[in-house]
Design a protein around this ligand. Structure first.
Ligand code: ADP
Ligand code: MG
Length: 255
């Protein structure tokens, strides 16, 4: 459906006009078609880094190189589905493409395809208030996927979903990613979610954010629910948690 973009962040940092240093220089390469998660304490600059990857915020230093080029479609999914209540599911799914100026028949074709991909076939005519929380999140995903992004940026998309639905949505998201072929970058507070979905988990320090560790997750895809109960899964989640803790606890606490 789409061709994953590769991205190279070279000494990318961000200092806001207020003088606040959100990110220290970050070097990170994302391979085409890879799925990577960013974890780190609140305020460490995860959303800022996603916005830089999306091209919505300019880095203060360094550069963000995208192949096959800056024109590669990039799409964003937020924690809030931000759907238009007066539009049906299919009209919501068409929204971003309308802004891109695509022709009406192309809009319809792509929206139908994206809705089917997220499991909302047959729900095209329903309004957001007629959908469950999980379905609204799927619709928000469909709206992004309809752009056929080479890079999909997900900022805590499942944070507001209950635990069981969340696990099911993680499995769906993993399957979707394999099918659609985009490069995915997910920000999450859940270490288990990061490990379950990713090829690599990038652990960031408290603000100003920098990369403190990259944990490789060697499990094959598709990831299955049973994986969560395995000892190796627990070990990797423990490794990520330990890296987070090492950075988050002030050294002085041990002095
Ligand atoms: P995270 O997503 O990891 O919680 P953010 O990237 O949202 O962190 O924010 C990192 C830091 O930058 C925070 O201290 C936040 O208040 C600050 N920040 C975010 N956006 C802006 C902005 N536009 N102007 C000034 N400061 C900002
Ligand atoms: Mg954030």
């Amino acid at each position: 459906m789409s061709i994953g973009a590769s991205i190279a962040l070279e000494a990318v940092s961000k200092r806001f006009d207020s003088g606040l240093q959100a990110l220290d220089p970050i070097d990170l390469e994302l391979r085409a078609g890879e799925f990577v998660s960013l974890v780190g304490p609140s305020g460490c600059g995860k959303s800022t880094l996603l916005r830089i990857l999306a091209g919505l915020v300019a880095p203060s230093t360094g550069r963000c190189r995208l192949a096959p080029g800056a024109e590669a479609a990039r799409a964003f999914v937020f924690q809030e589905p931000a759907l238009l209540p007066w539009r049906t599911a299919e009209r919501n799914a068409q929204l971003l493409m309308e802004l891109e100026g695509l022709a009406p028949d192309e809009l319809q074709r792509r929206a139908a395809e994206a809705l089917a991909l997220v499991g909302l076939a047959g729900m095209e005519k329903l309004y957001p208030h007629q959908l469950s929380g999980g379905m609204r999140m799927r619709l928000s995903l469909a709206r992004a996927l309809a752009l056929r992004p080479g890079l999909l940026l997900l900022d805590e998309p499942l944070a507001a979903v209950d635990e069981l639905s969340r696990e099911l949505l993680q499995e769906e998201l993993s399957a979707l990613w394999r099918q659609a072929g985009f490069t995915g970058v997910l920000v999450t507070h859940s270490v288990h979610e990061a490990v379950f979905l990713s090829k690599r988990v990038v652990v960031m320090s408290p603000r100003p954010g920098r990369v403190v560790e990259v944990v490789e997750v060697p499990f094959a895809f598709p990831r299955t629910p049973q994986l969560r109960a395995s000892a190796e899964f627990a070990r990797l989640a423990g490794e990520v948690t330990a890296a987070l803790r090492r950075e988050s606890v002030p050294r002085a606490a041990f002095a």
